[in-house]
Every structure is written in C-alpha cells, then in structure tokens.
Design a protein around this ligand. Structure first.
Ligand SMILES: [Zn+2]
Ligand SMILES: [Zn+2]
Length: 399
C-alpha cells in the first residue's frame, strides 16, 4: 500500500555566481522561512507553485533562492540537517469533541485536530469546534477540513469557525473535503446568515478510494464506512522514510572517507570517490522505514474497509457510541459498540485504539465501552476525552 515516493525536498539546480549560490528547491516540504537553517541567509527570488489536478487535488510547491552559503560541503551538510529535521517530524492529534449526537457538559460534538509539523488538518467540525480549538491551543492555521458525513454533530461548527477566521483576517486558502453529493449543502452552510467567507474555500467531493490530499510526505485517503447516510472515513498515511545509514560499513568495509559523501548517499545519490570507485546508496542505506498512519472512521458500523485501510495503523479512532447493552440500538442507528470497535482494531492489528462518539447515556460512566473493547483487542485502548492530545511516534522510534 505504501507508495514509495521521494520523501524529502530535492535541490534540483545549483549554480555559483559571484559568490552567491542559486538553488532551486522543488517539493518544498517546510514553510519557506524554515529553510534558513539549511540555506543560511537566503533571498527568495522566485516562487514555484505547481498544481496538478488528479481528483482535483495533488499539489506540490517549490521555490528558487539565492543563498550566501556557497560551499558545496556546507550545502550538503545543510541538507543533512534538513533530513534530520524531517526524520523527526511531529504528528500530534488533539481530540476536540468526543460526544455522540448530543453534547454533554464534558464532551463537545465530533472534531479532531491533527497537526503534522505545522500542517493543520481538522476532521469533522461539530458545533463549538472553534471554542474547543481556543481551549486546547491548537491554533487556527487550518488548511483543510475533512467531513465524514452531513449529520449536524459533525458539521454545525463550520459556519462559526469560518466566520471567526474571516473576522480575524485569515487569508490562507482552505479546502473542505466532503462525501460525494454533499458539496452544495456545505456551500449553503458557508453562506448562512447572508455571509460570504473572506478567504478562498474550495469544496471537494470525495468517494471511497479517492486520495483527498497528497503531498510529498503524506496523503489523506477516503474509505467507505457504513452509516445512516453517505459516509466516509479518512486515513492519513505517511510515505516511507529512507533507511538507516550504515556508518560502520561505510567507514570500515567500504573505506569511504567521512564527509559530505555520507549525506549525499543517504539522500539517495550515488557518489564517485577520489579513487574512482562509484558507491551506490543502497550499499550503505538500509530498507525504507515505514511512515505513520492514523485512521478516523467517523460514525460507522464495523466494516471490513476499516480493517483493510487501518492495518498496522499507529492510531485507529473508531466510533464506539454504545456498549453491548445497546447493541441493538448501535445496529439500528448504524454506530458501533466498544466491543465491535475492539474487534476491528484487533483484526487490523493497530497499535492504539481511541474510542470516540460516546453516547450521552454513558456520561456518568463510559468504562463498560472500554472494557468491552479491551476484551477484543490486546493493544492500548482508551476512551478519548475532549482536549486529550497524543504525539504519534514512528514505529521504529517507540520506547
Ligand atoms: Zn455523529
Ligand atoms: Zn452520524
């Protein structure tokens, strides 16, 4: 399932002119100002924005700079720094709303904020999501909202959020992804109260299997769920990272002099040594290491599609509206019980299972939902609470 794509930015052109270095960076994956740590003091000379339209949504950006970092060795070193930064990219999940259809004093309606190294992604946007974002300090730098289905407890926060962003001078374009056939209703929500958003918002309808958002480092995919209405879930899937650099082999076995060659090999370039030997990167770089995966089902019955997409996920966030005492009601309203969520987590062999969309009838004690999930699933299980924040480590860096 993991497509192997180039993970990091690539410096595709470099030239030296009167002490200055011109560098063209494609597939920029950090905010441009953060490249100063790589390029030193640089001036942006040209911004390259390429937009491909595959399902309306594949994008890639780049830029051209002049930099005062002129020496090739320093530049290679800089790229190594960038690679180390990227290797430890943060991925943080904040539960903003964990209630079922009706909120309680402790739980707001559905919303999850994911911050991937500064990329703000919101999954569902129940009523009051903007206040939850303030309470739990997620910031308001959202580039995309992913809607699972059009029930009010998942969308009624959109107009308030968008209007506040407009009042506060938000300018960055936003994309709202929503199930096929529901775009017009989202549009109506955006313009409710004789209001026009003050920043560009693109609405993109998705079917199961569509890739909603694709960058060089991750994509967000829609998958089929089963609810009372047209509903999809979302999986955020990172691309593989390059393998580990075998320094010992490079130094002792292959006798490659330590220096910039190491960085270039690790970056996937072959290197010609002074003695004429050409070293290929796969001689010293191990197998690619898996990226991370987070799956959010939204409201759903337990379905095979979740097992398929969530296999080996680092985190599965699953509907667990009821406990077994309301199993019939779960079936009737197309939700899941804790036990059913646990069974899906077990079949998918995920690392952690977060139970959410907790019915208000378990306001006093939701522990039966968790216990039933634990009976089915041996990994870590918890009932998500509003404001709970998780850092998702890489599987090979877990303690
Ligand atoms: Zn719901
Ligand atoms: Zn629903």
């Amino acid at each position: 399932m993991n497509k192997r794509r180039r993970l990091f930015h690539s410096v595709v052109k470099g030239g030296r002119e009167s002490g200055k270095l011109t560098i063209q960076v494609r597939h920029a994956c950090l905010p441009i100002n953060q490249y100063s740590s790589v390029l030193g003091d640089f001036q942006l000379t040209n911004r390259i924005v390429t937009r491909y339209l595959t399902n309306n949504m594949y994008w890639s950006v780049g830029f051209e700079t002049t930099s005062t970092v002129a020496a090739r060795d320093e530049r290679s070193e800089g790229r190594l720094v960038a690679r180390r930064r990227l290797a430890s990219m943060s991925l943080r999940v904040t539960f903003l709303g964990t209630s079922g259809a009706v909120p309680t004093t402790d739980r707001a309606p559905s919303a999850i904020f994911i911050n991937r190294e500064g990329d703000g992604l919101l999954f569902d946007c129940g009523e009051g999501t903007q206040r939850q974002m303030m309470r739990f300090n997620t910031g308001f730098d959202i580039s995309a909202i992913f809607i699972t289905h059009l029930h009010g407890d998942h969308i009624l926060g959109i107009p308030g959020l968008v209007q506040s962003l407009s009042f506060n001078g938000h300018e960055k374009p936003m994309t709202i992804y929503t199930p096929q056939g529901t775009g017009d209703q989202i549009k109506t929500l955006l313009t409710v109260g004789e209001y026009e958003p003050a920043f560009p918002i693109e609405i993109v309808e998705l079917s199961a299997g569509d890739v909603a958002r694709e960058t060089d480092e991750y994509d967000v995919r829609a998958f089929q769920t089963h609810h009372q209405t047209n509903a999809i879930g979302y999986a955020l899937v990172e691309v593989d990272r390059p393998g580990r650099f075998d320094r010992q082999k490079a130094e002792e076995e292959l006798d490659i002099p330590p220096g910039p060659a190491y960085g270039r090999l690790h970056a996937g370039e072959s290197v010609e040594l002074d003695d004429g030997r050409v070293i290929e990167p796969d001689e010293v770089v191990g197998e690619p290491r898996p990226g991370r995966k987070i799956v959010y089902t939204g409201d759903t019955r337990p379905v095979d599609a979740t097992v398929e997409i969530a296999t080996d996920a680092d985190l599965l966030v699953h509907d667990a509206t009821f406990a077994a005492d309301n199993a019939g009601r779960a079936r009737k309203t197309a939700h899941s019980t804790g036990g059913e969520a646990g069974e899906i987590a077990s079949r998918a062999d995920v690392d952690r299972l977060a139970l959410t969309h907790i019915s208000s009838r378990y306001g006093a004690d939701a522990s039966p939902i968790r216990r039933e999930a634990e009976d089915e699933f041996g990994g870590e299980v918890f009932i998500a609470t509003d404001g709970q924040t998780l850092e998702i480590p890489f599987s090979d860096e877990r303690e």
